[in-house]
Design a protein around this ligand. Structure first.
Ligand SMILES: [Zn+2]
Length: 268
C-alpha cells in the first residue's frame, strides 16, 4: 500500500488541487480540489463546488468553471450525480456528458454515489466535505470510476459494489485496478456514536464510551481488497480533512454549513 501525505499539490490559475502518485498516467485526468482559489465568501470560502448549501448560484457556477479550466477541461464534460449516501453505482456514457453541471438544468444523475465509465472525454465528479473520494482506475481495460464514501455508503459496501461492477460490467481484472482514497475524515478526528460504530468490525473502532473514533479509510481499504484489488495497488491519503480544514472543506470542523470540494476522474 502506498501512503500519500498531500498527494502532490498543484496550483493552476490560483485553484489548488491534489493529485495522487498511483494515478499519474498520461491517459487519465484526476484531481481533488482544495478550498482556495475560488470566488465564494464566508463559510464557503472560497472554492465551494456545491449547490444547495446556501451559497450563491453564480459563485458556485464560477467556481466550477474555474476548476474545469484549472484542470484543462471544459465544464460541459463533467458529470455529477445526486449523492444520497447510498450504494447505487451508475455506468456513465458520453450521452451523460454535462449532466448536473448546472443546478438549473435539473438533469443530474439521480440517487447515486458511484459512477463508472469506459468512455473518454468525461470527468466523473463527486463532492465531498469529510466523506472520502475513492478513485478507481483499470489501466489495461481502460475503465475509471469514482465513489463518494461516507459511513452510510460504506456500511452498504458502496466501494466494494463499484469495484465488482467494474469487473462484471466491463471485463476488468481485479488485479489491474488501481485505487486511491483521497483526502477525507481521518481516524484521529472522526467521532461517531455507538449506533454507527456497531455497523463495522470492532477492529476499526477505537475508544470506549458513547463517542468512539472510526477508521473509515481502513474499512474502505478492506472492502477494496475483498473485492479483488491488490494491497500494493491501493494508495491512501493520510491527510485528514478535519485536521486540515484550512485546506479542505470539512463539515465536522465547520460544524454545520460548509462548502464542498470536488474530486474527479476521467479518461482523456
Ligand atoms: Zn484528523
Amino acid at each position: 500500500m502506498l501512503v500519500s501525505v498531500f498527494g502532490v499539490d498543484m496550483s493552476a490559475q490560483g485553484v489548488e488541487f491534489a493529485v495522487f502518485s498511483l494515478l499519474k498516467d498520461s491517459r487519465l485526468i484526476h484531481f481533488q480540489t482544495k478550498r482556495h482559489g475560488g470566488v465564494s465568501t464566508g463559510v464557503y470560502n472560497s472554492l465551494n463546488a456545491g449547490f444547495s448549501v446556501g451559497d450563491s448560484y453564480e459563485n458556485v457556477m464560477r467556481n466550477r468553471q474555474l476548476i474545469a479550466s484549472a484542470v484543462g477541461k471544459d465544464l460541459s464534460s463533467f458529470v455529477f450525480c445526486r449523492q444520497i449516501h447510498g450504494n447505487n453505482v451508475v455506468c456513465v456514457t458520453k450521452a451523460d456528458k454535462g449532466r448536473g453541471v448546472d443546478f438549473l438544468r435539473h438533469d443530474i444523475i439521480q440517487d447515486a454515489d458511484a459512477m463508472i465509465t469506459n468512455e473518454s472525454g468525461l470527468v466523473l465528479c463527486v463532492k465531498t466535505a469529510d466523506c472520502i473520494p475513492v478513485f478507481l482506475y483499470a489501466p489495461e481495460t481502460l475503465v475509471v470510476g469514482i465513489v463518494h464514501a461516507g459511513w452510510r455508503g460504506v456500511s452498504m459496501c458502496v466501494v466494494e459494489k463499484a469495484v465488482r461492477q467494474m469487473i462484471a460490467g466491463y471485463g476488468v481484472d481485479g488485479s489491474e485496478i488501481l485505487a486511491v482514497l483521497g483526502v477525507g475524515c481521518g481516524v484521529c478526528c472522526y467521532e461517531v456514536g455507538a449506533e454507527v460504530a456497531n455497523l463495522f468490525p470492532s477492529d476499526y473502532v477505537y475508544g470506549n464510551g458513547a463517542i468512539v473514533h472510526l477508521d473509515l479509510k481502513n474499512i474502505i481499504r478492506e472492502q477494496l481488497m475483498r473485492s479483488g484489488v491488490l494491497p500494493s495497488n491501493i494508495e491512501v491519503s493520510e491527510v485528514c480533512s478535519i485536521c486540515h480544514s484550512d485546506s479542505f472543506f470539512s463539515a465536522r470542523a465547520q460544524r454545520g454549513v460548509v462548502g464542498y470540494g470536488l474530486a474527479g476522474i476521467g479518461l482523456l
